[in-house]
Design a binder for this molecule. Structure first.
Ligand code: F6P
Length: 553
């Protein structure tokens, strides 16, 4: 039976119709304990979901939907290593990478934990040797810079985490991230670097990704040119390159020695891979002990997710609130608003996590779905966003549920800053909820000695409808442990939504067509002629580029 024909789904549709006129402030008025009962403190975070248009009855119906969709069994299936990625016939076991207990985790008959421990040991060895200056460049100099070359999950995770943990990072070993095939990215990064003291990590699960291989080859060429005449080429590559990949033949062909190659497993999806050796740049930046704290934070969230009843389960609640917004209130986008400059890359990271996982249009049986699935995720750090797109959040015609994220304690000793940051974050959630009505606007204008027609003319522009939903997540501080928990929270939220929508959250076929066509167009550009297999617009664009590039030669 289709999801929307199920009783639990229909009950929610009816409930959405019945409660369409209930304002969130009415819900607070009805229940004096709402703030306490619609918030949870666990795994080092306070999750306040009281500023959403839902009541205890709404939640009851959402939990019924989760039960009906078999969410508890699906959670177990993931943790138990069942092959839930059905199109690729793979288990989904990023949780095993941060399993800090002695629990065995089997894929088929094989316990994956010994392999994971061995990989973590090797990561520690590499991180320690580089950080302590024991492993050095080909000319004997200590490394000062690490450049991670990767894209998608092989970039966004380590980039986001390394940036988020800036206060914990080494001051003498700087991390850089190159992802875009636009040569400007690599050129701008290399321009400030000394080849003798630069280590490259080529991160690619498949080691076939065009952007990464092009950047890796150019980086190798840069190094070989700059260090020509010092030591033999293979010694340069041996000392200055490491790789993280499942494709060991390709890393060997590139010239990376086996001791510098870190494997991982097909059951780690790219966007879930920062916990594997893809996190090597993080470990190099913050040290391996801190990296383990990061894993531990995620492990705490895993245990919470695995063992807590749905009603008190943080990722489950976040997922159900999201489903309520998307499928029953037609709120199709979701803003992520970290009030932490160090979380500047969190929205982009969550874009890949959520949109690559749940941007799906067929269910697990391959039938088209007739309900909305993954939302559009977007956002930027506060307070910057307040001076850019918050206008739309407060007075636009579309309602965008927003996640506000902030830490009680600042990362830096900058007197006077952090209270302002906190005040702004909390104030925005209040403003979205409360709004400002016509009487308040009139009173405000009257206080400015405005009267009559001028008041009537201006008032509509200054009214805030309010009743706009948000979640607030408050961490004690942004540190490796809390960041690990925060990322795992979002991973599991995405998982639960995919489980309810009955889609496969773990493949990404939607990225393939563009890659194939880019190959065809590259052939045309190289040959200098337009093939007639393209549509008229595409032919015109290729022709334009070919003509203009000839003119400028
Ligand atoms: O094209 C999408 C994608 O496959 C992502 O899922 C992945 O994170 C990224 O490309 C990079 O892939 P790889 O690590 O194999 O280079």
């Amino acid at each position: 039976m289709h999801l929307i024909e199920r009783t639990a789904w229909k009950a929610l549709e009816a409930h959405a119709r019945d409660t369409a006129d209930v304002a969130i402030l009415d819900l607070f008025a009805e229940d004096p304990h709402r703030a306490a009962s619609f918030s949870i403190e666990a795994c080092g975070m306070l999750f306040d979901y009281s500023k959403n248009p839902l009541s205890a009855e709404t939640l009851r119906r959402l939990f019924a939907l989760a039960q009906d969709a078999g969410v508890p069994a699906q959670i177990n299936a993931m943790f138990d290593g069942r092959r839930i990625n059905i199109t690729e016939k793979r288990a989904v076991l990023h949780t095993a990478l941060r399993n800090r207990s002695n629990r065995q985790i089997l894929v088929g008959a094989e316990d994956v934990m010994p392999g994971i421990h061995a990989m973590l040991q090797r990561m520690r060895g590499m991180a320690d040797r580089i950080r302590e200056g024991i492993a050095r460049g080909a000319t004997g100099r200590t490394f000062t810079d690490v450049v991670n070359i990767g894209i998608g999950g092989s970039d966004l995770g380590p980039l986001m985490v390394t940036t988020a943990l800036r206060p914990y990072a080494s001051k003498t070993l700087r991390a850089h991230f190159v992802s875009n095939v636009d040569g400007a990215h690599l050129a701008a990064t290399l321009s400030g670097l000394n080849p003798e003291t630069t280590l490259f990590i080529i991160s690619s699960k498949t080691f076939t990704t065009q952007e990464t291989l092009v950047n890796a080859r150019s980086a190798r060429q840069w190094l070989l040119t700059k260090l020509a005449g010092t030591v033999p080429a293979e010694v340069i590559v041996e000392h200055h390159f490491a790789a993280v990949s499942t494709n060991l033949d390709a890393t060997a062909e590139f010239g990376i020695i086996p001791e510098r190659v870190f494997g991982f497993w097909e059951w780690v999806g790219g966007r879930y891979s920062v916990w594997s050796a893809i996190g090597l740049p993080v470990a190099l930046a913050i040290g391996f002990d801190r990296f383990e704290e990061f894993l531990s934070g995620a492990c705490q969230m895993d245990e919470h997710f695995r063992t807590t009843p749905l009603e008190r389960n943080l990722p489950v609640l976040a997922a159900l609130i999201g489903i309520w917004h998307i499928d029953f209130l037609d709120h199709r986008t979701q803003a992520v608003l970290p009030y932490a400059q160090d979380l500047v890359h969190l929205p982009a990271f969550l874009q890949q996590l959520d949109m690559e996982s749940n941007g799906k249009r067929v269910d697990r049986s391959g039938a088209p779905v007739n309900y909305l699935t993954g939302p559009v995720i977007w956002g930027a750090p506060g307070t910057n966003g307040q001076h850019a797109f918050f206008q739309h959040l407060h007075q636009g015609t579309q309602i965008t549920p927003a996640d506000f994220i902030v830490a009680v304690h600042p990362a830096d000793d900058m007197p006077g800053h952090h209270d302002i940051l906190l005040a702004n974050c909390i104030a925005q959630t209040e403003a979205l909820l409360r709004g400002k009505n016509v009487d308040e606007v009139h009173a405000e204008l009257a206080a400015r000695e405005m009267q009559g027609e001028e008041v009537q003319r201006l008032a509509p522009h200054r009214i805030f409808p309010g009743n706009r939903p948000s979640n607030t997540i408050i961490l004690d501080r942004l540190d490796p442990n809390s960041l690990g928990a925060l990322i795992a929270f979002y991973e599991h939220k995405v998982f639960v939504q995919g489980a309810i929508w009955n889609i496969n959250s773990f493949d990404q076929w939607g990225v393939e067509l563009g890659k194939q066509l880019a190959g065809d167009i590259l052939q045309d550009l190289t040959a200098g002629q337009v093939s007639d297999r393209h549509d008229p617009s595409t032919r015109m664009l290729i022709r334009h580029v070919l003509q203009r590039s000839k003119q400028q030669k």
